[in-house]
Design a protein around this ligand. Structure first.
Ligand code: PLP
Length: 394
């Protein structure tokens, strides 16, 4: 056979492998030094009790003939879709449960959604960005253009009327920058998409971290979005499901292109290539959206928020420019003395024993920036911040 030659166009991304290699080499050379990892991109707190109990009950159901479950519905069980629909109501967004597809996580859907789009589309992707959008579209042979973001636009790229795109990825709050669009800014993107007959793929994986009332939790809080947007969401960071695997994608029934409802195309795609999320996991997912589930999940989010504040307070004190931290688990800051992000990585590791993630790994626009996350423990975050302050205070 011939391979998909688009793979030859992919640029290898060794970001996390290089971070791990450099960190291990340093640890070997300096066994006496304790390294603190503030680059962690995974959650560290365990699942909530209410979620584990629901999953255990779900497993018990599988023990008996009367309650056993086989193949799930492709689009998820109704009670879970209903629970997600009710969740949207809590921040004032009306989504019918029939518009919700339960998935095994946002990463798969971010990549797979391309199955319903022609390879001829031009894709607009912000820079810096979660690398999956770029790689998935290179694999499919689509033309990619970038929307650069920087200090000048507070890492929130805005539409450029001179550029014509058919598919637009937006991630808000963003990974890696933590920056989040407000209502007016998102409305500008929705207007641009409508003018261009484009579709926005809106990644809301970090919506649960939003605290400010002037920031939308969903693109469907914006007028017109139902005619031009698909929302992808995840329980990974909201509820600690990085290992359990569950998310959801919302496709409004009125969203059509080329005479087809995208909802129907996606259903067809999922029915062909996806056999659904397991019963026990969906039981756990529904528990996330129960009153007690929300209370327990929010406790974990508060814990991470406290860590994010410790890091952003330090940057305020040191007068270093940053985005994120308040409505996101990510803090994105400018490297000192014009250092590039890998140089800064080495500097911080060698002089403070602290590991972060070089911004260069997320795109050209990240080459002088650095990402830290709030996923380490409170104690370790405090200790890391003290070490960085000692190093950078002049
Ligand atoms: N979208 C963004 C922006 C992410 O940062 C991540 C995970 O890091 C994902 C999606 C993946 O989510 P999931 O674990 O549900 O696949």
């Amino acid at each position: 056979m011939n391979i998909n030659s688009n793979f030859e166009k992919m640029v290898p991304n060794y970001l996390f492998a290089d971070v791990a290699r450099k960190t291990n080499e340093f640890a070997k050379a300096h066994p006496e030094k304790e390294i603190i990892r503030l680059g962690i991109g995974d959650v560290t707190l365990p699942l909530s009790d209410v979620v584990v109990d629901a999953m255990k009950k779900g497993c018990e159901d599988l023990r008996f003939k009367e309650s056993f479950k086989g193949y799930p519905e492709y689009e998820g069980y109704d009670f879970v879709r209903q629970a997600v629909s009710e969740y949207y109501k809590t921040f004032g967004v009306k989504i019918d449960h029939g518009e919700i597809f339960i998935s095994d996580g946002a990463k798969s859907d971010c990549g797979n959604i391309g199955d319903i789009c022609s390879a001829n589309n031009t894709v607009l992707i912000p820079d810096p960005v979660y690398p999956v959008y770029v790689d998935a579209n290179i694999m499919s042979g689509r033309n990619i253009i970038y929307a650069p973001s920087s200090k000048e636009n507070d890492f929130l790229a805005m539409p450029d009327r001179n550029i014509k795109a058919d598919i637009i990825y937006i991630c808000s709050p963003n990974n890696p920058t933590g920056a989040a669009y407000n209502f007016a800014q998102l409305k500008a993107w929705v207007d641009y998409a409508l003018e261009n007959n484009a579709v926005i793929l809106y990644d809301a994986a970090y919506e649960a971290f939003i605290q400010d009332d002037d920031l939308p939790r969903s693109i469907f809080a914006i007028d017109g979005a139902r005619e031009c947007a698909i929302e992808l969401c995840s329980l990974s960071k909201t509820a600690g499901f990085t290992g359990v695997r569950c998310g959801y994608t919302v496709i409004p029934k009125e969203l059509s292109r080329g005479g087809h409802r995208l909802h129907d195309l996606w259903y067809r795609r999922q029915a062909t290539k996806f056999n659904g999320v397991s019963w026990a996991v969906q039981c756990g997912a529904a528990a996330v959206f129960s009153e007690e589930g929300q209370k327990q999940c929010l406790e974990n989010i508060h814990y991470y928020r406290k860590n994010a504040k410790i890091i952003s307070d330090m940057l305020d004190e040191l007068d270093i420019y940053y985005t994120g931290g308040k409505n996101s688990p990510y803090i994105w800051f400018e490297c000192l003395d014009d250092m590039d992000s890998w140089k800064f990585f080495d500097y911080l590791l060698e002089n403070a024993g602290v590991v972060g993630t070089p911004g260069a790994g997320f795109g050209q626009c990240g080459k002088n920036y650095f990402r830290m996350t709030s996923f380490n423990s409170h104690e370790k975050t405090l200790e890391a911040v003290q070490r960085i302050k000692n190093l950078l205070e002049r």
